[in-house]
Design a protein around this ligand. Structure first.
Ligand code: NAD
Ligand code: DAU
Length: 351
């Protein structure tokens, strides 16, 4: 059966890489990108594939249950890869309810539309939910998150993602929907919205603006190149076992301050600046409330069972990322000025 895959959040950072991979690698599939185009959704991320014959875009909000039902019928959706979410921890601290609406209620709406559409035979369809390592809470100096680590979310963002994971599980147990969940560590790479650490700091270094390091800067994250995450999603979508969870990580832990210093060094070299110049922009600022000290993923299950591992080192991925931002200053300018939000009107409203 030729698949008709609904990818939600395809105009966002990770979603755009997943859409690109599936549209180009699987011409026999139809990829329907469903996205509300919030501040984080940018169709300019997909300029290179928007004309592909197996790609379609639907501007729909997950909160619109009727529109979700219609999209399943209109395109005869066979499978879902669900990435759409409010994704920024700092925003969740300011506006927790936005995260409840999209991440919890939006996910339940989507589960419900899938359940309704696929009721004749759940075994032929897959609902793949993309989650985060943040649902496991914070680690101390040692240890790793595995697939059996108890959930212990600390921010409104991670609490909303944990809740959505539980609803996915409930739909599998109660209604026998075929589901799979993956929980990934911090991604970085091209098309990353410059509110998150790495793209924000690249943009600020380019513009010689302060680099606001939260607290003591000793918080630790496990970084994964976004294209490696997209490949992991491909592998899990095709070969993962139903009702299972897979952890995805980079085997690549960095304390924030060390990462920021590496970024400064690489950017000074690439921009032809004096050695040490960008480090002078580092400014310690007030800590994030409830800041998780350390995340580290044990991704051995995914490696052992499905053969996935990251393909690039951090230095290679970071270097490619910086080069991409330096070569795509127009994208950065459109994103920081808000101009990208006109792209949908220009490209889609007269079609
Ligand atoms: P992002 O913020 O860049 O993109 C989210 C996308 O979802 C945007 O295109 C936005 O327009 C869309 N969206 C938001 N609310 C919507 C709604 N109500 N209806 C329809 N569309 C809506 O996010 P990202 O960083 O690409 O993350 C994608 C997914 O991966 C999320 O589920 C996130 O929790 C998860 N994740 C992210 C990371 C990371 O490091 N960025 C790591 C692990 C897991
Ligand atoms: O772990 C996966 C998660 O990674 C995803 O689920 C989230 O969607 C994604 O946003 C990311 O969450 P983080 O909170 O880890 O990412 P962020 O880029 O916001 O912050 C990374 C670290 O850098 C964190 O310790 C906070 C710190 N930081 C962040 C910003 C934006 C700063 O010190 N200064 C900053 O200005």
């Amino acid at each position: 059966m030729s698949k008709k895959i609904l990818i939600t959040g395809g105009a966002g950072f990770i979603g755009s890489h997943v859409v690109r991979l599936f549209v180009t690698k699987y011409p026999e599939y139809t990829i329907i990108n469903l996205d509300a185009l919030t501040y984080a959704g940018n169709l300019e991320n997909l300029k290179d594939v928007e004309g592909a014959p197996n790609y379609l875009f639907e501007k729909i909000n997950l909160l619109d249950a009727e529109a979700l039902k219609n999209v399943f019928d209109k395109h005869d959706i066979t499978d879902v890869i669900h990435l759409a979410a409010e994704s920024h921890v700092d925003r969740s601290i300011v506006s927790p309810l936005d995260f409840v609406y999209t991440n919890v209620i939006g996910t339940v709406n989507l589960l419900h539309a899938a359940k309704t559409k696929w009721a004749a035979d759940y075994s032929k369809h897959l609902f793949y939910h993309i989650s985060t390592d943040e649902v496991y809470g914070a680690l101390g100096e040692t240890g790793f998150f595995t697939e059996t680590t108890p959930y212990h979310p600390n921010s409104p963002y991670s609490a909303s993602k944990a809740s959505s994971d539980h609803f996915v599980r409930a739909y599998a147990e109660t209604y026998h929907l075929q589901t799979v969940v993956s929980n990934c560590s911090n991604n970085y790479g091209p098309y990353h919205f410059p509110e998150k650490l790495i793209p924000l700091f690249i943009n600020n270094i380019i513009n010689k603006k302060p680099l606001p390091v939260y607290g003591d800067g000793l918080y630790t994250r496990d970084w994964l190149f976004v294209k490696d995450h997209a490949v992991a999603i491909d592998v899990i979508f095709h070969n993962g076992k139903a009702a299972e969870t897979y952890n995805i990580g980079g085997f690549n832990e960095w304390r924030n301050i060390d990462l920021v210093k590496l970024l400064c060094k690489l950017m000074d070299e690439k921009l032809g600046r004096e050695k040490g110049e960008s480090e002078q922009l580092i400014t310690y600022v007030k800590d994030r409330p409830g800041h998780d000290r350390r995340y580290a993923i044990d991704a051995t299950k995914l490696n052992r069972e499905l053969g996935w591992k990251p393909s690039v080192t951090f230095e290679e991925g970071l270097s490619e990322t910086i080069d991409w931002y330096l070569a795509n200053t127009e994208w950065l300018q459109h994103v920081t000025s808000g101009q990208y939000q006109h792209y949908y009107n220009k490209m889609y409203t007269n079609r």
